[in-house]
Design a protein around this ligand. Structure first.
Ligand code: AMP
Ligand code: MG
Length: 330
């Protein structure tokens, strides 16, 4: 093509606002895994239905509260043969428990039930009740041999701290394999992107303000496939006698964690890892979590503290906008 002709054509495109047409995103919302999920998928519309189906089938396997799930059967019978995906996630949950020194604990369910979170019948336990539930908590009470899991008597499993990240990661892989151009999946506090946004702009994910969760205290901007998962004390809680009791429990004390953190956001390639670590680093507190990050190389983090400070690890800092923050160095 002659240069002048190309220049005229380009000018015409700019003037008329034409250009390569950006594909439309298909959007859907659903309620699953006890949370509102929203999907934005660029590609064939059938990918939305396919993703919804995958989320529902994972919920049916992994939820501790739906009667026939693998996890509910394991908790009820003390032993169960698991579907491959459940066994895969349970193994990753146990690995996360080992890696975080038990800060992430998939056997925390007796404590979660004692506080009344699954039923909504909230209760502040007595010391004796806590001691009783703590005796039935700890990864040493759970054995996994291939697809067969077994629990000690009185113990039970809760994958609520890691299942949404796993589900997002599985859906992202499926979307990549089935030809999606790009996607952003938001499953409660779990965001997972697939590839970069077709219009070339960055993905933008807000980190909720713990004092006003409907607004963002900071925005993370990035391109490509990533998981970004937040655990916060504002996401699920009840109040009694003016005290707020939230849903992330310290497996050492059995009580809601109180260490000055309001939220932890993890950025990682793996959604499962990001979800497990968001819960674990919340339990660790800022100081221990920072040391843990320094000894790791597979994630970055943003911490929000009770005094309103924002701390970002070295790799997260360049992505963080719309806020003032302190950078944590390696
Ligand atoms: P997340 O929002 O990912 O931090 O997960 C919180 C959920 O994980 C809670 O609602 C409980 O079901 C469960 N959970 C609470 N404390 C822990 C813990 N220390 N380790 C693992 N799971 C936990
Ligand atoms: Mg988590």
């Amino acid at each position: 093509m002659k240069k002048w002709f190309a220049a005229v054509l380009l000018a015409a495109l700019v003037l008329t606002g034409c250009g390569p047409k950006q594909p439309e995103a298909h959007e859907a919302q659903l309620f699953a895994m006890d949370t509102l999920m929203s999907l934005r998928i660029w590609g064939d519309e059938v990918l939305v239905t396919q993703t919804e189906d995958t989320l529902r089938s994972l919920e049916a396997l992994l939820s501790a509260t739906s009667e026939d799930s693998d996890i509910a059967r394991l908790n009820r019978d003390g032993t169960a043969e698991l579907q491959p995906q459940t066994a895969d996630l349970l193994q990753q949950a146990l690995d996360c428990a080992t890696r975080t020194g038990g800060a992430f604990d998939p056997t925390v369910y007796p404590l979660v039930c004692l506080w009344g979170f699954p039923s909504g019948k909230y209760h502040v336990p007595t010391e004796a009740e806590l001691t009783g539930a703590l005796a039935h908590t700890g990864p040493q009470h759970l054995q996994l041999n291939g697809a067969v899991a077994a629990l000690d008597a009185g113990c039970s499993v809760d994958l609520g701290g890691i299942a949404k990240g796993y589900a997002a990661e599985r859906c992202a892989h499926q979307l990549e394999e089935t030809g999606a151009q790009a996607a952003m999946l938001s499953l409660g506090g779990n965001v997972q992107t697939v590839d970069s946004k077709p219009d070339g702009t960055a993905w933008q994910v807000g980190i909720a303000d713990p004092n006003d969760p409907s607004s963002a205290i900071a925005v993370v901007r990035f391109t490509g496939s990533k998981a970004l998962v937040t655990s916060g004390d504002y996401q699920r809680y009840f109040e009694q006698d003016g005290v707020r009791y939230h849903h992330i429990l310290d497996p050492q004390t059995g009580r809601p964690v109180q260490n000055g953190l309001r939220s932890v956001t993890i950025l990682a390639d793996s959604g499962t890892l990001a979800d497990g670590l968001s819960t674990a680093l919340f339990v660790m507190g800022l100081e221990r979590a920072t040391e843990f990050w320094r000894a790791s190389s597979d994630f970055e983090a943003v911490f929000i503290t009770e005094d309103g400070m924002i701390y970002a690890t070295e790799g997260a800092a360049p992505l963080l906008t719309d806020c003032t923050f302190t950078e944590l160095k390696r």
